[in-house]
Write a protein that binds this ligand. Structure first.
Ligand code: SF4
Length: 329
Protein backbone atom coordinates (compact mmCIF):
# COMPACT_ATOMS: atom_id res chain seq x y z
CA UNK A 1 0.00 0.00 0.00
CA UNK A 2 1.28 3.49 -0.81
CA UNK A 3 1.62 5.34 2.48
CA UNK A 4 2.48 8.70 1.00
CA UNK A 5 0.44 11.74 1.87
CA UNK A 6 -0.73 13.78 -1.12
CA UNK A 7 1.68 13.70 -4.07
CA UNK A 8 3.77 16.92 -3.96
CA UNK A 9 3.19 19.58 -6.58
CA UNK A 10 5.91 19.96 -9.24
CA UNK A 11 7.60 22.96 -7.56
CA UNK A 12 7.77 21.17 -4.18
CA UNK A 13 9.46 18.02 -5.44
CA UNK A 14 12.93 17.52 -4.00
CA UNK A 15 15.76 16.64 -6.41
CA UNK A 16 16.75 12.98 -6.75
CA UNK A 17 19.54 11.49 -8.84
CA UNK A 18 18.63 8.01 -10.06
CA UNK A 19 21.47 5.68 -11.05
CA UNK A 20 19.93 3.10 -13.35
CA UNK A 21 22.05 -0.04 -13.61
CA UNK A 22 22.68 -1.59 -17.01
CA UNK A 23 22.51 -4.48 -17.68
CA UNK A 24 19.39 -5.13 -15.59
CA UNK A 25 16.21 -7.16 -15.95
CA UNK A 26 15.50 -9.91 -18.46
CA UNK A 27 18.34 -12.21 -19.48
CA UNK A 28 18.40 -14.34 -22.62
CA UNK A 29 17.15 -17.44 -20.75
CA UNK A 30 14.14 -15.66 -19.27
CA UNK A 31 13.35 -13.97 -22.56
CA UNK A 32 13.42 -17.33 -24.35
CA UNK A 33 11.27 -19.06 -21.69
CA UNK A 34 8.54 -16.41 -21.87
CA UNK A 35 8.65 -16.46 -25.68
CA UNK A 36 8.18 -20.25 -25.62
CA UNK A 37 4.94 -19.92 -23.65
CA UNK A 38 3.69 -17.02 -25.78
CA UNK A 39 4.52 -18.75 -29.08
CA UNK A 40 2.99 -22.02 -27.87
CA UNK A 41 -0.23 -20.15 -27.04
CA UNK A 42 -0.19 -18.61 -30.47
CA UNK A 43 0.57 -21.82 -32.35
CA UNK A 44 -1.47 -24.37 -30.36
CA UNK A 45 -4.03 -22.18 -28.59
CA UNK A 46 -4.98 -22.19 -24.88
CA UNK A 47 -4.48 -23.90 -22.61
CA UNK A 48 -0.71 -24.24 -22.53
CA UNK A 49 0.37 -25.93 -19.30
CA UNK A 50 3.53 -24.71 -17.58
CA UNK A 51 5.25 -26.80 -14.94
CA UNK A 52 6.25 -24.37 -12.15
CA UNK A 53 6.41 -20.56 -12.54
CA UNK A 54 8.04 -20.15 -15.97
CA UNK A 55 10.37 -17.58 -14.36
CA UNK A 56 10.19 -16.29 -10.79
CA UNK A 57 8.15 -13.16 -11.32
CA UNK A 58 4.52 -12.74 -10.30
CA UNK A 59 3.77 -10.12 -12.97
CA UNK A 60 5.08 -12.41 -15.74
CA UNK A 61 3.10 -15.39 -14.44
CA UNK A 62 -0.13 -13.39 -14.11
CA UNK A 63 0.32 -11.88 -17.61
CA UNK A 64 0.74 -15.35 -19.13
CA UNK A 65 -2.22 -16.71 -17.15
CA UNK A 66 -4.34 -13.94 -18.63
CA UNK A 67 -3.35 -15.17 -22.12
CA UNK A 68 -4.30 -18.80 -21.37
CA UNK A 69 -1.28 -20.39 -19.67
CA UNK A 70 -2.11 -22.74 -16.80
CA UNK A 71 0.58 -23.15 -14.15
CA UNK A 72 0.94 -26.46 -12.30
CA UNK A 73 3.60 -27.84 -9.97
CA UNK A 74 3.42 -31.48 -11.08
CA UNK A 75 2.44 -33.30 -14.28
CA UNK A 76 -0.36 -35.27 -12.59
CA UNK A 77 -2.30 -32.02 -12.17
CA UNK A 78 -2.70 -31.87 -15.98
CA UNK A 79 -5.77 -33.54 -17.50
CA UNK A 80 -5.17 -35.94 -20.40
CA UNK A 81 -5.01 -33.74 -23.52
CA UNK A 82 -2.85 -32.80 -26.51
CA UNK A 83 -2.06 -29.40 -24.98
CA UNK A 84 1.65 -28.59 -24.75
CA UNK A 85 3.43 -28.64 -21.43
CA UNK A 86 6.33 -26.24 -20.94
CA UNK A 87 9.10 -26.91 -18.42
CA UNK A 88 10.26 -23.75 -16.64
CA UNK A 89 13.60 -21.97 -17.21
CA UNK A 90 15.00 -23.47 -13.98
CA UNK A 91 15.21 -26.99 -15.40
CA UNK A 92 13.71 -30.25 -14.16
CA UNK A 93 14.99 -33.54 -12.73
CA UNK A 94 15.36 -36.32 -15.33
CA UNK A 95 12.35 -38.10 -13.87
CA UNK A 96 10.04 -35.33 -15.14
CA UNK A 97 10.64 -35.69 -18.93
CA UNK A 98 10.59 -39.47 -18.41
CA UNK A 99 7.20 -39.20 -16.71
CA UNK A 100 5.97 -36.90 -19.52
CA UNK A 101 7.07 -39.46 -22.13
CA UNK A 102 5.16 -42.21 -20.30
CA UNK A 103 2.07 -40.02 -20.31
CA UNK A 104 2.63 -39.23 -24.02
CA UNK A 105 2.70 -35.49 -23.30
CA UNK A 106 3.87 -32.92 -25.82
CA UNK A 107 6.76 -31.15 -24.07
CA UNK A 108 8.36 -27.82 -24.88
CA UNK A 109 11.45 -27.47 -22.72
CA UNK A 110 12.18 -23.88 -21.63
CA UNK A 111 15.13 -24.89 -19.42
CA UNK A 112 17.76 -22.20 -19.89
CA UNK A 113 20.59 -23.58 -22.04
CA UNK A 114 23.05 -22.39 -19.39
CA UNK A 115 21.28 -24.56 -16.81
CA UNK A 116 21.30 -27.48 -19.26
CA UNK A 117 25.05 -26.95 -19.63
CA UNK A 118 25.46 -27.53 -15.87
CA UNK A 119 23.29 -30.66 -16.13
CA UNK A 120 25.56 -32.05 -18.85
CA UNK A 121 28.65 -31.17 -16.84
CA UNK A 122 27.24 -32.97 -13.77
CA UNK A 123 26.64 -36.13 -15.79
CA UNK A 124 30.06 -35.99 -17.41
CA UNK A 125 31.82 -35.65 -14.04
CA UNK A 126 29.70 -38.40 -12.51
CA UNK A 127 30.46 -40.74 -15.41
CA UNK A 128 34.17 -40.16 -14.75
CA UNK A 129 33.70 -41.37 -11.20
CA UNK A 130 33.61 -38.05 -9.35
CA UNK A 131 31.67 -37.32 -6.20
CA UNK A 132 29.70 -34.17 -7.07
CA UNK A 133 29.30 -31.16 -4.81
CA UNK A 134 26.67 -28.63 -5.86
CA UNK A 135 26.97 -25.12 -4.44
CA UNK A 136 23.42 -23.78 -4.27
CA UNK A 137 20.31 -23.13 -2.20
CA UNK A 138 18.30 -26.05 -0.85
CA UNK A 139 14.82 -26.30 -2.30
CA UNK A 140 15.42 -23.98 -5.29
CA UNK A 141 13.94 -25.60 -8.41
CA UNK A 142 17.24 -25.28 -10.28
CA UNK A 143 19.01 -27.19 -7.50
CA UNK A 144 16.26 -29.84 -7.53
CA UNK A 145 16.63 -30.09 -11.32
CA UNK A 146 20.43 -30.34 -11.30
CA UNK A 147 20.46 -32.85 -8.42
CA UNK A 148 17.87 -34.88 -10.30
CA UNK A 149 20.17 -35.42 -13.29
CA UNK A 150 22.00 -38.07 -11.26
CA UNK A 151 20.94 -41.00 -9.08
CA UNK A 152 19.68 -40.18 -5.56
CA UNK A 153 22.53 -39.31 -3.20
CA UNK A 154 25.07 -38.70 -5.98
CA UNK A 155 25.01 -34.90 -5.54
CA UNK A 156 25.91 -33.32 -2.18
CA UNK A 157 24.61 -29.81 -1.59
CA UNK A 158 26.95 -27.15 -0.19
CA UNK A 159 25.13 -23.95 0.81
CA UNK A 160 27.74 -22.09 2.87
CA UNK A 161 31.47 -21.86 3.64
CA UNK A 162 30.68 -23.70 6.88
CA UNK A 163 29.21 -26.60 4.86
CA UNK A 164 32.38 -26.58 2.74
CA UNK A 165 34.56 -26.66 5.88
CA UNK A 166 32.57 -29.56 7.39
CA UNK A 167 32.10 -31.76 4.33
CA UNK A 168 33.71 -35.22 4.44
CA UNK A 169 34.29 -36.74 0.99
CA UNK A 170 34.47 -40.43 0.13
CA UNK A 171 37.74 -39.95 -1.77
CA UNK A 172 39.55 -36.58 -1.86
CA UNK A 173 41.10 -37.38 -5.25
CA UNK A 174 37.71 -37.87 -6.93
CA UNK A 175 35.81 -34.70 -6.04
CA UNK A 176 34.19 -32.21 -8.42
CA UNK A 177 32.10 -29.11 -7.85
CA UNK A 178 29.35 -27.44 -9.89
CA UNK A 179 27.18 -24.46 -8.96
CA UNK A 180 23.69 -23.02 -9.28
CA UNK A 181 23.69 -20.34 -12.00
CA UNK A 182 22.21 -17.49 -9.95
CA UNK A 183 24.46 -17.32 -6.89
CA UNK A 184 26.43 -14.45 -5.42
CA UNK A 185 29.73 -14.42 -7.32
CA UNK A 186 31.64 -13.39 -4.18
CA UNK A 187 30.03 -15.94 -1.82
CA UNK A 188 30.63 -18.70 -4.34
CA UNK A 189 34.27 -17.70 -4.74
CA UNK A 190 34.65 -17.90 -0.95
CA UNK A 191 33.03 -21.35 -0.79
CA UNK A 192 35.17 -22.57 -3.69
CA UNK A 193 38.33 -21.31 -2.00
CA UNK A 194 37.47 -23.26 1.20
CA UNK A 195 36.95 -26.40 -0.90
CA UNK A 196 40.14 -25.86 -2.90
CA UNK A 197 42.15 -25.27 0.27
CA UNK A 198 40.86 -28.48 1.81
CA UNK A 199 40.88 -30.58 -1.36
CA UNK A 200 43.59 -29.32 -3.76
CA UNK A 201 42.64 -31.93 -6.40
CA UNK A 202 38.98 -30.92 -6.58
CA UNK A 203 37.72 -30.34 -10.13
CA UNK A 204 36.13 -26.88 -10.36
CA UNK A 205 34.09 -25.52 -13.32
CA UNK A 206 36.31 -24.46 -16.26
CA UNK A 207 34.26 -21.34 -16.65
CA UNK A 208 31.98 -20.27 -13.85
CA UNK A 209 28.62 -22.03 -13.74
CA UNK A 210 27.26 -18.72 -12.45
CA UNK A 211 25.80 -17.34 -15.65
CA UNK A 212 26.80 -14.21 -17.57
CA UNK A 213 23.52 -12.45 -16.66
CA UNK A 214 23.91 -13.01 -12.91
CA UNK A 215 27.55 -11.87 -13.04
CA UNK A 216 26.81 -8.78 -15.14
CA UNK A 217 23.88 -7.64 -12.97
CA UNK A 218 25.96 -8.03 -9.82
CA UNK A 219 28.87 -6.09 -11.39
CA UNK A 220 26.56 -3.21 -12.35
CA UNK A 221 25.14 -3.10 -8.80
CA UNK A 222 28.65 -2.98 -7.32
CA UNK A 223 29.42 0.02 -9.53
CA UNK A 224 26.45 2.13 -8.43
CA UNK A 225 25.86 1.00 -4.82
CA UNK A 226 28.56 3.18 -3.18
CA UNK A 227 26.97 6.40 -4.48
CA UNK A 228 23.36 5.58 -3.56
CA UNK A 229 21.50 6.62 -0.39
CA UNK A 230 19.05 3.83 -1.16
CA UNK A 231 18.66 1.16 -3.82
CA UNK A 232 15.58 -0.53 -5.19
CA UNK A 233 16.01 -3.96 -6.74
CA UNK A 234 12.95 -4.83 -8.80
CA UNK A 235 12.10 -8.50 -8.46
CA UNK A 236 10.02 -11.13 -6.70
CA UNK A 237 10.88 -12.62 -3.29
CA UNK A 238 11.27 -16.10 -4.83
CA UNK A 239 13.79 -14.87 -7.43
CA UNK A 240 17.24 -16.09 -6.40
CA UNK A 241 19.19 -13.69 -8.60
CA UNK A 242 17.10 -10.69 -7.42
CA UNK A 243 17.73 -11.56 -3.76
CA UNK A 244 21.44 -11.86 -4.49
CA UNK A 245 21.39 -8.37 -6.02
CA UNK A 246 20.01 -6.97 -2.75
CA UNK A 247 22.83 -8.65 -0.78
CA UNK A 248 25.46 -7.50 -3.27
CA UNK A 249 24.19 -3.90 -3.08
CA UNK A 250 24.17 -3.97 0.73
CA UNK A 251 27.74 -5.25 0.89
CA UNK A 252 28.97 -2.94 -1.86
CA UNK A 253 28.08 0.24 0.03
CA UNK A 254 24.31 0.68 0.10
CA UNK A 255 23.08 -1.00 3.30
CA UNK A 256 19.56 0.29 2.69
CA UNK A 257 19.05 -1.64 -0.57
CA UNK A 258 15.71 -3.38 -0.77
CA UNK A 259 13.69 -5.71 -2.98
CA UNK A 260 10.50 -4.24 -4.46
CA UNK A 261 8.02 -6.27 -6.48
CA UNK A 262 5.65 -3.40 -7.39
CA UNK A 263 5.62 0.35 -6.77
CA UNK A 264 2.45 -0.01 -4.67
CA UNK A 265 4.55 -1.75 -1.97
CA UNK A 266 6.82 1.22 -1.38
CA UNK A 267 6.64 2.93 1.99
CA UNK A 268 7.46 6.47 0.83
CA UNK A 269 8.37 7.66 4.33
CA UNK A 270 11.57 5.58 4.02
CA UNK A 271 12.62 7.62 1.00
CA UNK A 272 11.84 11.12 2.31
CA UNK A 273 15.38 12.40 2.87
CA UNK A 274 17.30 10.66 0.08
CA UNK A 275 19.20 12.49 -2.67
CA UNK A 276 20.38 9.49 -4.69
CA UNK A 277 18.68 6.22 -5.61
CA UNK A 278 20.02 3.15 -7.38
CA UNK A 279 17.63 1.10 -9.49
CA UNK A 280 18.12 -2.31 -11.03
CA UNK A 281 16.07 -5.43 -11.72
CA UNK A 282 16.63 -9.15 -11.37
CA UNK A 283 16.86 -11.31 -14.49
CA UNK A 284 13.21 -12.32 -14.26
CA UNK A 285 11.76 -8.80 -13.75
CA UNK A 286 10.28 -7.09 -16.81
CA UNK A 287 11.25 -3.53 -17.73
CA UNK A 288 7.62 -2.41 -17.41
CA UNK A 289 7.95 -2.82 -13.63
CA UNK A 290 11.16 -0.76 -13.59
CA UNK A 291 9.37 1.95 -15.57
CA UNK A 292 6.43 1.97 -13.18
CA UNK A 293 8.72 2.31 -10.16
CA UNK A 294 10.68 5.15 -11.73
CA UNK A 295 7.40 6.85 -12.63
CA UNK A 296 6.25 6.51 -9.03
CA UNK A 297 9.45 8.26 -7.88
CA UNK A 298 8.99 10.92 -10.59
CA UNK A 299 5.62 11.82 -9.05
CA UNK A 300 7.36 12.63 -5.77
CA UNK A 301 10.84 13.81 -6.77
CA UNK A 302 12.44 15.92 -9.47
CA UNK A 303 14.44 13.12 -11.12
CA UNK A 304 17.77 13.22 -12.95
CA UNK A 305 18.21 9.71 -14.34
CA UNK A 306 21.73 8.50 -15.21
CA UNK A 307 22.14 5.08 -16.80
CA UNK A 308 25.35 3.40 -15.63
CA UNK A 309 26.40 0.75 -18.14
CA UNK A 310 29.07 -1.75 -17.14
CA UNK A 311 28.78 -4.03 -20.16
CA UNK A 312 26.62 -4.66 -23.24
CA UNK A 313 24.84 -8.01 -23.53
CA UNK A 314 24.30 -9.70 -26.88
CA UNK A 315 23.48 -13.28 -25.80
CA UNK A 316 20.44 -14.94 -27.40
CA UNK A 317 19.30 -18.57 -27.37
CA UNK A 318 17.52 -20.59 -30.06
CA UNK A 319 13.90 -21.56 -29.55
CA UNK A 320 12.85 -25.24 -29.44
CA UNK A 321 12.46 -26.62 -32.98
CA UNK A 322 8.62 -26.81 -33.05
CA UNK A 323 8.40 -23.06 -32.41
CA UNK A 324 11.11 -21.78 -34.74
CA UNK A 325 8.66 -21.07 -37.56
CA UNK A 326 6.23 -19.24 -35.25
CA UNK A 327 6.46 -15.48 -34.94
CA UNK A 328 5.04 -13.53 -32.04
CA UNK A 329 1.72 -11.86 -32.81
FE1 SF4 B 1 19.77 -18.56 -17.84
FE2 SF4 B 1 21.26 -17.05 -16.26
FE3 SF4 B 1 18.94 -16.16 -17.08
FE4 SF4 B 1 19.04 -18.16 -15.31
S1 SF4 B 1 19.70 -16.04 -14.99
S2 SF4 B 1 17.71 -18.02 -17.11
S3 SF4 B 1 20.87 -19.24 -16.05
S4 SF4 B 1 20.73 -16.62 -18.40
Amino acid sequence: MTRSPATPQHSERPPLTVYLASPRGFCAGVDRAIQIVELALEKYGAPVYVRHAIVHNRYVVESLEAKGAVFVEELDEIPVSDAPIVFSAHGVPKSVPADARNRRMFVLDATCPLVSKVHIEAERLFDRGHEILLIGHAGHPEVIGTTGQLPPGAVKLIETSEDAARFTPNDTSKLAVITQTTLSVDDTREILSVLQRRFPDIVVPRTDDICYATTNRQDAVKRIAPQCDRMVIVGSPNSSNSLRLVEVAQRAGCPRAMLVERSSEIDWREFESIRSLGVTAGASAPEVLVDSIINAFAERFDLAVQTVTTTEETVTFKLPRPLRDTTAA
